[in-house]
Design a protein around this ligand. Sequence first.
Ligand code: RIB
Ligand code: CA
Length: 318
Amino acid sequence: MARKIIIDTDPGIDDALAIFYALAAPELEILGLTTVFGNGSTQMSTANALHLLEIAGRTDIPVAHGAERPMGMAFQGGAPQVHGADAQGNLFLPAPAGKPVSMHAAQFIIDQVMAAPGEITLVPLAPLTNIALAFLLKPDLPQYIREIVLMGGAAFVPGNITPAAEANIWNDPEAADIVFGADCNIVMIGLDVTEHLFLPGSRLEQFASLGNPRADHLARILPCYRDFHVRQLGLDGIHVHDSSTISYLLRPDLFTLEGHPVRVELTGLGRGKTWPAVGRSDVESAWAGRRPIQIAVKVDADAALALEWEHHSRTLGR
Ligand code: RIB
Ligand code: CA
């Protein structure tokens, strides 16, 4: 039986890769996309989520519009320099034909989880605001979730938006600290592994010849993301951050995990830093009572990238 997942997302060029990858995997059943700000506004995320499903011919999958601002600050303005001013590579697509469901994303998550207790995996690829809101609305929700496999954080490596913080966590640290404190299984796929998953420019150029509508869209948006990596990081290619969660769901054996309770720094220069309790920190009360988060620390990058590429090459048949 396919594993039921809800993808919480701010699409986003690497979110598009992850969503298309998941859609091509019969082992996964996507119950819905829930949207949040991050790479752009929530409005933009919802329009882009609807677009991606239209491109893939999967308008049967519902989209639920979520939180429009972080819990403890204003929306930080997105990442037009990374993902384009429309968060889809500056394509400025016309408005999608579809509409989101009338329910808030947090309520959508609660209803779906409670309709199939213990079966649903949440896959957040964006700030954790919707998930934290769902936990605040229904505090016992974590015990009914099968697992959370999230892209975010940097445990033992520097951040990518500040020296301390990874972007998804930095965009709503308060929400992230609530989620990392929840009583459920959480796998954190952060920069510790995603920065080892690198698709070179030569590979990106091959999307255009794969000959399916998902790959055609990716071929149009990837140059923007590639340019950012060239300009800012001096790398000709891209990190496939969000897709790593899908590789983990399909082949967890490719990843090495370490379990440590995690707190999120909420103040000062380190705001958004994910702090694992390691070394002597097990005596620190701030981490006490928290379940260990399974932090990905190593990945078989060649195998994960090959798996992802093979999925992008597939023609969707239903
Ligand atoms: O740090 C990488 C994450 O932030 C990804 O989810 C990507 O979409 C970005 O905005
Ligand atoms: Ca994302």
